[in-house]
Design a protein around this ligand. Structure first.
Ligand code: PYC
Length: 324
């Protein structure tokens, strides 16, 4: 029995066009044409409709055989909030995302490639609030993310089969558990071990009832270390909800890191923090104070690398993807 054949076989598949980009090695697949009609409510309401009625489209685009675990999907929408150039809803191999930093950088580079926007400041409506992104040239984007904060400092977590680690719980547009005392080398060769530890930490958080605000699941695990490179302040390995690792330094993860550094008195407003990913790509971050909250700013670059018309062949048993 093929799970992928569940209900949507009777739903007409829209003919969709997607544009792929990558930001520091992390892919974003943006639906620019033919996406599902989610109505005209807030982006949070539309994300809910996407998740309950169109989950097969998420899976078709992000999962194999069209996608891969690392693909973050995005639906380009009309904004709900006034003054926004675009709205966007992000999703991945297992479900919906709140914000996505690398994806927003990819969105701006893609809109520039489509000649829909010019260099300058653009507000973008997302399910977790409006972000402001500045396009420089064709590929460089500086993003003022949603307000970010640390909820808990150095929570002791007993990880079965591993031991005790300590982590900060922080919001950067998604919920993160940031761990320094993991003892692993943040290198590509160690990805299986890093993934295994990140997965155990995620399960231990669930089992021990450690959550973000309002009981929200902490679904991103960020292992941190100093960088060996001159001029780079830190390196990370971020495990995403579907257990793929972020090839970029993770925009929301870097935002959570900046919020923790600020809370520890280690980062002044405007001071630059360079964050390197496990594949060696770099985001430049800083933090700003506005209206009683801290707002991270993340800068990186993205490149368009494919334009695709999605084809759904009659009788394809995996037209909706292989579930992750
Ligand atoms: O860049 O914020 C990000 C992100 C979240 C999940 C994958 N990338």
């Amino acid at each position: 029995m093929l799970d992928s054949l569940a209900t949507p076989s009777s739903i007409e598949f829209p003919s969709m066009r997607v544009i792929d980009s990558h930001t520091g090695g992390e892919p974003t697949r943006l639906i620019v044409q033919g996406g599902p009609d989610l109505g005209s409510g807030s982006l949070a309401q539309r994300r809910e409709i996407f998740s309950t009625r169109f989950d097969h489209i998420r899976s078709a685009l992000c999962n194999e055989p069209r996608g891969s675990d690392a693909v973050v999907g995005a639906l380009l929408c009309a904004p709900h909030e006034p003054g926004c150039a675009a709205g966007v809803i992000f999703f991945n191999n297992v479900g919906m995302l709140g914000m996505c930093g690398h994806g927003t950088i990819g969105l701006l580079a893609t809109l520039a490639w489509m000649k829909r926007i010019q260099p300058g400041v653009h507000r973008v409506d997302t399910p977790v609030g409006v972000v402001e992104a500045t396009l420089q040239g064709a590929n460089n984007v500086s993003l003022r993310n949603v307000a970010s904060y640390r909820l808990h400092r150095q929570v002791a977590l007993n990880v079965p089969g591993w031991g005790v680690v300590h982590g900060d719980v922080a919001w950067g547009g998604n919920w993160f558990f940031l761990v320094d005392d993991h003892g692993l080398d943040l290198s590509l060769q160690q990805v299986p071990e890093l993934t295994s530890l990140g997965t155990r930490i995620r399960h231990a958080l669930q089992e021990q009832g450690i959550t973000g605000s309002d009981g929200a699941e902490i679904d991103h695990i960020e292992l941190c270390a100093p960088s060996a490179k001159l001029g780079i302040n830190g390196r990370n390995f971020v495990l995403c909800p579907g257990l793929a690792y972020d090839r970029s330094p993770c925009g929301t993860g870097t935002s959570a890191k900046l919020a923790c550094l600020q809370a520890d008195g280690k980062l002044e407003p405007g001071q630059v923090w360079r964050q390197e990913s496990v594949v060696g790509s770099v985001f430049e971050g800083s933090i700003e104070w506005h209206d009683g909250q801290w707002y991270p700013r993340i800068a990186g670059s993205a490149f368009v690398n494919a334009v695709t018309d999605v084809v759904c062949s009659e009788g394809d048993p995996f037209v909706w993807g292989v579930p992750a």
